[in-house]
Design a protein around this ligand. Structure first.
Ligand SMILES: Cc1ncc(COP(=O)(O)O)c(C=O)c1O
Length: 396
């Protein structure tokens, strides 16, 4: 047992703020009573603001991001449908595999790990689909496995440029409430997430925002569905309840975390993430290590995937960091297993906490045998934080 705050430097679950912990700890209420109906109404409205949608309908399930993929797909598509699956990492691969598991045929647009989705390729692919056989485009906004953010506005333009009616289905699991995501402006049909990242809650929910077009598609979608059917959820939500026992404690927490995001203001939340992310990247480069993401304008503001120097195994390094400082770092997933470690810098996080995590990375790299100059990474991060504080950048 190490005293003090745990350093959960993984890209989710993130630290749950005290305010949220307290909200979750209150006594449960009847999920069919008037107090619950008021709580639900407040949470649904708050989430719309975070998804930046006035048109979209919010759908909540107990579950996780993986469950959110499933509910998104089974409500909008039918077995045998074709979709364009944009793949640039571990999570986009799994999103597409979920579709395949339901008999949906995935045409893959695959890019190497470290790259964002190329909108020009999306447009070319959709233009070639003259009969509009492709029913949807699947994209992960922020590939958590590689620390790469794809340009959702450009992909929207690509779909429009091709004059294609495909649904636009976007995973915002590690971007919502951290990186600017605009559901209405980008005309996204389903945006899906979980609570354990930017929303600063413990895991345990699947959260979706659904457009009118996606709701219409669900009327003819034939994938078998029962628990994941969003129809009964929307119907019963209109009466202030759910068709099953909801995760009431998480909804208490969500109300509080939405209040915290509203108090800080979404633009400030995005700026804080951008600033901390830049400080982290400068630290990594200061340590003489390489970032996996290839293009600067695609660097993720929620997670940085760091290439382990040749001759060192990242899984062993992560185990070493855990053992020596009780600090958790994200492992390399999919094709990067053993080759990268990931530093999460999202959710409830401030500059001193980030610096603590970066000091931990530096110290444990050194004690693991990687020849990093102690203090070089921290110094780069501190200098940037000071410079950017002086200009007011990132400060509410
Ligand atoms: C981008 C992305 N999508 C989906 C998931 C899966 O979410 P969950 O682990 O909550 O099922 C994750 C998990 O980290 C993720 O980062």
């Amino acid at each position: 047992m190490i005293s003090g705050r745990p350093f959960l430097q993984i890209p989710g679950p993130t630290l749950v703020p005290e305010r949220v912990v307290r909200a979750i700890s209150q006594s449960l209420i009847d999920h069919r009573g008037p107090k619950f109906a008021a709580l639900l109404q407040e949470v649904l409205e708050g989430l719309k603001a975070v998804f930046q949608t006035s048109e979209g309908r919010i759908v909540l399930f107990p579950g996780s991001g993986t469950g959110a993929w499933e509910t998104c797909l089974v409500n909008t598509l039918s077995p045998g449908d074709r979709v364009l699956g944009c793949i640039n990492g571990h999570f986009s691969t799994l999103f597409c595999e979920t579709a395949s598991a339901h008999g949906i045929q995935v045409e893959k647009l695959e890019l190497p790990y470290g790259h964002g989705i190329l909108s020009a390729q999306v447009e070319e692919h959709l233009r070639a689909d003259k009969d509009h056989k492709l029913k949807a485009v699947l994209v992960v906004h922020n590939e958590t496995s590689t620390g790469v953010t794809s340009n959702i506005a450009a992909i929207r333009q690509a779909i429009d440029g091709a004059g294609h009616p495909a649904l636009f289905l976007v995973d915002v699991v590690s971007s919502l409430a951290s990186i600017d995501f605009r559901m209405d402006e980008r005309r996204v049909d389903v945006a899906l997430t979980g609570p354990q990242k930017g929303l600063m809650l413990p895991p345990g929910m699947a959260i979706l925002a659904v457009s009118d077009k996606a709701l219409k598609a669900s009327k003819s979608a034939r994938c078998p569905r029962s628990f994941w059917d969003w129809g009964p959820v929307l119907e019963r939500n209109a009466r202030g309840e759910f068709p099953y026992t909801p995760a009431t404690a998480l909804l208490f927490g969500l109300k509080e975390s939405l209040a915290m995001l509203a108090e800080e203001g979404l633009p400030n939340v995005f700026r804080r993430h951008a600033r901390l992310a830049e400080a982290c990247r400068r630290a990594v480069q200061g340590m003489g290590l390489k970032i996996l993401a290839k293009n600067r304008d695609e660097y993720s503001n929620t997670v940085t995937a760091v290439c382990m120097p040749d001759g060192f195994d990242s899984d062993a390094f992560i185990a070493h960091a855990q053992k020596s400082l009780d600090m958790s770092l994200g492992i390399g997933l999919g094709k990067t297993k053993g080759r990268v470690f990931r530093i999460g810098h999202l959710g409830s996080l401030n500059e001193m906490e980030l610096l603590g995590g970066l000091a931990g990375v530096e110290m444990t790299l050194k004690s693991f045998g990687v020849p990093v100059p102690l203090g070089a990474g921290l110094s780069a991060a501190e200098s940037y934080l000071l410079e950017s504080a002086a200009t007011g950048y990132g400060r509410p």
